[in-house]
Design a protein around this ligand. Structure first.
Ligand SMILES: Nc1ncnc2c1ncn2[C@@H]1O[C@H](COP(=O)(O)OP(=O)(O)OP(=O)(O)O)[C@@H](O)[C@H]1O
Length: 297
């Protein structure tokens, strides 16, 4: 007798027992295995730059972020990892209100930067984005000269009164981005003629030119080759001395190399946050372990 999943066909109502093929095992663990609002590990900090509580994000009726609470510490590098569609970028974009431009997107909960409400309606969003800068997946320099790309932000924020002050900001930013020696003799050349890796470091220089406190990076190396990636990773290590950095990455090796803490997201939940070394050597949650060992992705 075949005992696999016997089931009664309701259509016939005749109590006929049929064989039913066992359902295919889901590759990703089911959401039912997660307790909403519960994050294992060390999601809180004694010295938070961001204090985020009970954050939910909706796209129309669909809830993409489900009751997440997290502190991001001053001058830490924290990596957001997790399978595609788990909400890493959505959560990252809440930190400088980049989601504001998406009409159907609604953010709920308490999100504070240095104890001030990020979503206070009276907040100047341009000023917020200068404090919390962002580097995107694809390098997106303006079709202007290298100099003008870096000078753009300081000009619109009125950070330099004299040309020499602006020159200093441009040079310092390019130095910090590890690009000065490569471009100092061609500052007037158009930025779009640079290699992809140089363009991404230029975008980092452009971000830091307005003296942000935080740099958000959304898969900053996904369009770069391994050598350009290594340069950006070195840069992240240097920048972490001065800035708080939040990086979304699909590369677990990259998270392990650059971050102090790692946050593992799954289906809009924040499952685990721990010291990066712990996440990759002895994760507390079985879902984190399944993900980092490649049992699903
Ligand atoms: N502009 C949007 N409109 C509607 N739904 C969206 C939008 N952006 C993201 N979503 C949905 O929100 C959920 C989370 O997406 P998000 O891009 O934040 O995930 P992710 O973890 O960053 O994914 P990936 O690693 O693929 O970039 C997904 O279900 C996605 O389809």
């Amino acid at each position: 007798m075949n005992t696999m999943n016997p089931t009664v066909t309701s259509e016939t109502g005749a109590g006929v027992v049929e064989d039913k093929v066992a359902p295919v095992k889901e590759e990703r663990p089911a959401e039912a295995e997660l307790e909403e609002g519960v994050t294992v590990g060390t999601p809180y900090s004694d010295d938070p730059k961001f204090k985020l509580r009970n954050v939910e994000v909706f796209y129309g009726e669909s809830r993409a972020i489900k009751n997440i609470s997290l502190d991001i510490a001053r001058n830490e590098v924290i990596a957001f990892i997790g399978p595609s569609g788990c909400g890493k970028s959505t959560f990252l974009r809440c930190l400088n209100r980049m989601n504001d431009s998406i009409d159907i997107c609604k953010v709920k909960g308490s999100l504070q930067l240095d104890d001030n409400d990020i979503y206070d309606p009276s907040r100047d969003v341009v000023e917020l984005r200068a404090r919390v800068g962002m580097v995107f997946q694809k390098p997106n320099p303006f079709p202007k000269s290298i100099y003008d790309n870096v000078a753009y932000g300081p000009r619109i924020h009125g950070l330099a009164n004299r040309k020499s002050d602006l020159d200093d900001i441009v040079e310092n930013s390019l130095r910090k981005a590890g690009l000065w020696n490569e471009v100092k003799d061609r500052l007037d050349a158009t930025a779009t003629g640079m290699s992809g890796g140089q363009q991404q470091r230029l975008c980092i220089a452009r971000t830091i030119a307005v003296s942000p406190e935080v740099v958000l990076m959304d898969e900053p190396c996904s369009a770069l080759d391994p050598i350009a990636t290594a340069k950006v990773e070195e840069l992240i290590a240097e920048l972490s001395e001065s800035y708080t950095i939040v990086i979304v990455t699909h590369s677990m090796q990259q998270a392990a190399r650059v971050s102090h803490r790692t946050a593992y997201f799954h289906l809009g939940h924040l499952v685990e946050v721990n010291e990066t070394n712990k996440v990759f050597t002895s994760p507390e949650h079985n879902m984190t372990e399944s993900y980092i060992t490649g049992r699903f992705g």
